[in-house]
Ligand binder design. Structure first.
Ligand SMILES: [Zn+2]
Length: 352
């Protein structure tokens, strides 16, 4: 092995070590004013009442993203009772229990704005926690005297977009908190619920974030305060919740009401409700390909495996990741699409 190879491996190992340490560290509870350390993992969707509809025997297949230097996408067999499944570290036990009590019990129709907002708030906390891991990780690398100078420079040029993405999420988190608990009745978000024939898939996620190149330095990005009057977020988050029930699938798509981006994956927001089921499934498929938090039932996985669909899906995810890094912006129907384009005609819910 060449000297350079072993040095580069040692540098990889160093950053991998920092990254996994930051992933394990949950920080302080994200509820405003709470200074407790995160002492538990919060569920993104609860196992009983939601996930058990597609995992009656406790088996669940979760989509996972590989490590830092080996970003391999794959499906992992996790159990519904596995402690890490579909969870994140973002809140203390007290707040995890108190904040989501109203969406943890009973039967929902998912038409209630407050419930839709609570689901979206929890998905946003998950996303924010992940972004903060990357921000802290970058800071560690930049401050580390053993870290290679040219790698450090690369980190320094990449770091601002993550800092700004985290600050955008923090800004929207604050808006949601004002509406949920502090008497703000503005209803800045809008949600569309649709019930589809049963598909064994579950997710609750944010998509369309702001991880894109920005002409701003590391120090400038750090100085920006998302709670400062005049702060303008770079991104407008969208939300997707796919909630399996015994005989159907509830889907909720949400966005910022006065969004300047009028399209989701090439579909006009105003037309989402009128889309035929088939086109709507295609839209969901395009969204799912672009997010990291989702899972399916063992039986759907087996069908996909049997049909060779798994490889096609992983390829589509791979091409989305590559495509989104190139920041494609194509004019469609006389308008400029600000979102990354959908992946051709690929639809993971097509039945052969
Ligand atoms: Zn707390």
């Amino acid at each position: 092995m060449s000297k350079k190879g072993s040095y580069s491996k040692q540098q990889d190992a160093l950053s991998e070590k920092f990254f996994s340490a930051e992933k394990k560290f949950g920080g302080q509870c994200r509820y405003p004013g709470c200074h407790q350390n995160v002492d538990m993992r919060s569920h993104i969707l609860q196992e009983r009442g939601i996930l058990n509809h597609i995992a009656p025997d406790g088996n669940f297949i979760e989509f996972t993203v590989g490590g830092l230097h080996h970003p391999e996408h794959r499906f992992e067999r996790t159990g519904v009772n596995a402690t890490k499944m579909f969870t994140f570290r973002g809140l203390c036990g007290t707040h995890d229990n108190a904040l989501f009590e109203e969406i943890e019990n009973g039967e929902y129709e998912f038409l209630n704005y407050r419930q839709q907002l609570l689901f979206s708030y929890r998905a946003l906390l998950n996303e924010l926690s992940k972004a903060e891991v990357v921000v802290r990780f970058h800071r560690k690398l930049i401050d580390c005297s053993n870290y290679d100078l040219s790698r450090k420079k690369r980190t320094q040029s990449m770091a601002p977009r993550w800092i700004l993405a985290a600050k955008d999420l923090y800004y929207y988190k604050h808006l949601m908190e004002q509406e949920l608990w502090f008497g703000d009745h503005n209803q800045r978000f809008e949600f569309h619920r649709r019930v589809l024939p049963k598909i064994d898939i579950a997710t609750s996620a944010v998509f369309g974030g702001a991880i894109r190149p920005v002409a701003i330095t590391y120090l400038q990005a750090q100085a920006i305060n998302p709670l400062h009057i005049g702060f303008t977020p770079l991104s407008q988050p969208r939300f997707i919740h796919l909630i399996p029930r015994a005989t159907d699938l509830v889907s909720i798509v949400g966005y910022v009401k006065h969004s300047s981006q009028r399209k989701i994956k090439g579909v006009l927001i105003s037309e989402i409700e009128e889309l035929p089921d088939e086109n709507f499934r295609k839209l969901i498929s395009d969204i799912v390909v672009s997010i990291q938090t989702w899972g399916i039932s063992e039986s759907l996985y087996e069908t996909w495996e049997h049909q060779g669909t798994i490889t096609t899906i992983l390829d589509a995810i791979e091409s989305f990741v590559t495509g989104s890094q190139q920041l494609i912006s194509l004019p469609t129907n006389g308008q400029t699409a600000t979102d990354t384009e959908p992946i051709g005609t690929f639809n993971m819910f097509d039945t052969p």
